[in-house]
Design a protein around this ligand. Structure first.
Ligand code: SF4
Length: 340
């Protein structure tokens, strides 16, 4: 379904259209597509080609997003469309994210309007809807309409994102957006430019801006051997998160060879442990290793008395036992951060 991508404006001098959904800030002429491959200009208006077209839909444990401090042990109706504003060479969802760019702007997906999605979430008794698998900023208007309806039905909304949303996009989502997992993929512009087709600074800005808006934010970093795994770079990421909030969880995730990076080996467990220790040294209260089996380092500890308060297991850190009592440590009554 073609739908007006209203998060955009006409540049009067040139007649071109500026897309205001993400920091790629595409300025497009008639017939031209943005970097994401799903927003284009037709008859002087920006059009979203994937409105109502769901390319991937699952009911996931919320821990898989990953979000460990937001409605733990709940299910989240998770969906994505095709298209993405990034072009990460390690993308695990490249078959949908890069599809329009690699297939002459073709799209695919099941027909689901916002009310269909919300009804599915209600039918399957999920507590939230996650806009994930590809970058939600590129299907902003579709996500917005769904999120608004979801809130009316008492469901929460989650963006799993590369963090390229404009302030205007975040402001427009306003109180409909409850939580975000934002990737900080590296701490160098070279990595962002050469591996992902983006820049670092807007991502850091989104982390800070979203946090200040009161959205619950958790961070994920996929550690890729030789590309972003130096102690120096990991320290920069950890210190940046610590400068925003010591209570902002940091998920350190293991890389597996994917898409255009089949020649790089899996992340050694020792590297993940190194990153974990760096996060702890930076003062972060909640650091987690994911995508490998490491029960101790995927569990939650009280930042005050240091006792284990949520036991997790498996590759995604699903909860085995939650010891919290009314969001507090059962041993020393310290309040644990998040929406618990
Ligand atoms: S959402 Fe797409 S069209 Fe809009 S600025 Fe980002 S990449 Fe460009």
């Amino acid at each position: 379904m073609k739908y007006k991508a209203w998060l955009s404006k006409k540049i009067e001098k040139t007649g071109k259209i500026l897309c205001e959904a993400c920091h790629q800030a595409c300025v497009l002429s008639e017939g031209e597509y943005g970097t994401c491959g799903v927003r284009f200009v037709e008859n002087g208006e920006l059009i979203l080609s994937v409105y109502g077209k769901v390319a991937a839909l699952h009911i996931d444990p919320i821990e898989k997003k990953p979000l460990f401090h937001f409605l733990p042990n709940s299910k989240s109706l998770s969906l994505g469309t095709v298209g993405c504003n990034f072009s990460c060479k390690f993308c695990q969802n490249a078959s949908i994210s890069q599809y329009p760019k690699e297939r002459n702007h073709n799209i695919f997906g099941d027909d689901l309007m916002p009310n269909d999605i919300v009804n599915l979430a209600l039918e399957y008794k999920t507590k939230s809807i996650s806009y994930t698998y590809n970058e939600p900023a590129v299907f902003f208007e579709y996500a917005y309409d769904t999120a608004k309806l979801a809130h009316e039905k008492g469901l929460k909304n989650i963006f799993v994102t590369s963090g390229y949303e404009t302030h205007k996009a975040i402001d427009t989502m306003g109180s409909y957006l409850d939580a975000m997992n934002i990737d900080i993929k590296a701490f160098s512009d070279d990595f962002y430019k050469n591996i992902s087709g983006a820049k670092l600074k807007p991502v850091l800005d989104t982390v800070e801006y979203s946090y200040k808006k009161g959205i619950w934010v958790e961070i994920t970093t996929l550690i890729i051997p030789t590309l972003n795994d130096s102690s120096e770079e990991l320290e920069k990421i950890a210190n940046f998160i610590a400068s925003i909030s010591l209570d902002m969880p940091w998920h350190i995730s293991a890389f597996h060879p994917q898409y255009k990076m089949l020649d790089i080996p899996r992340t050694p467990h020792s590297t993940l442990i190194k990153a974990y220790e760096i996060g702890k040294k930076a003062g972060l209260n909640y650091v987690y290793i994911g995508n490998v089996l490491d029960e101790d380092r995927s569990s939650t500890y009280c930042p005050n008395c240091k006792k284990k308060i949520i036991d997790r297991s498996g590759y995604i850190g699903e909860i085995v036992q939650n010891h919290l009592i009314e969001s507090k440590c059962p041993y020393c009554q310290t309040k644990i951060a998040g929406v618990l």
